[in-house]
Write a protein that binds this ligand. Sequence first.
Ligand code: PMP
Length: 320
Amino acid sequence: MQKLAKIWMNGCLVDWDDAKIHILSHVIHYGSSMFEGIRCYNTDKGPAILFLKEHVRRLYDSAKIYRTDIPFTQLELREAILETVRANRLTSCYIRPLVFRGEGALGVNPLKSQVDVAIAVWEWGNYLGDSAWENGVDVCVASWRRIAPNTIPSGAKAGGNYLNSQLIKMEALADGYAEGIALDMNGYVAEGSGENIFLVRDGVIYTPMTAQSILPGITRRAVIELAKEQGIEVKETLISRESLYIADEVFMTGTAAEITPVRSIDRYKIGTGERGDITKLLQSKYYDIIKHGNNSRGWLTFVDPAPVSEPVADYFAKEA
Ligand code: PMP
């Protein structure tokens, strides 16, 4: 990862190298964190953060589920995110707000440890590979199930959830696939290790319901809206494993993955093996937002880069 200038920690911008925590922080031992993954795009109309409000809201939802009071308002955190992007002089980046249980007491109970908040940003290209947008990816159904709803709630984006995601992802990579799709505890399709999944058959789009061990993805919700705008029927429903193999199109969505076509699953070719028409149409609508800066739906927050005279410029002068 390329080092940048600043990381926001508990209300202040600190130098990248100083953004450290103690080894006895609760989060390291018990996975007690909630986080978001957000993207800033360098659109034709200037740098803009996609779904800033929605991501910050989900962070607060995740924190609430874990009885964690974030010592900032949602508005303050949105401002802090904008400030962090500006301070690092980035026009396009990945943004990682993180809430975690820090120092206090070690033991399962997190409530005795302080709540820390950090925001880091870094540069990031295509998540599933450079050609993925056009050519699609080869994925598999994972042998690991998605976390069951009565164990760890998938509706909270918590650090601990990603141990399950790591098993899914590592297995997929070890077997030569770009990603793994996990089934839920009942054997129905849930989601990828870091993406939601959609299939298309006879012009209708299907995707698992939010109660089905998935993260309620913000890209997922947006894609459903874009599809409906185009007059395409979308059904949030139970999806069997075999319906993936006989789908006309399959695609995955996420902040990182954007809208990525799936060209094969378990070596079954999906449709023609080429990117499908509905996938392509939805991608073009999404591209219109992230590249052309179409903000007719209010999904973008423009960053307005900081003037060059701000003190952070000195940092770069020092580094160079
Ligand atoms: N599922 C999981 C498990 C994820 O980690 C992500 C990425 N945040 C998604 C789905 C997609 O969610 P979003 O569109 O909000 O990025």
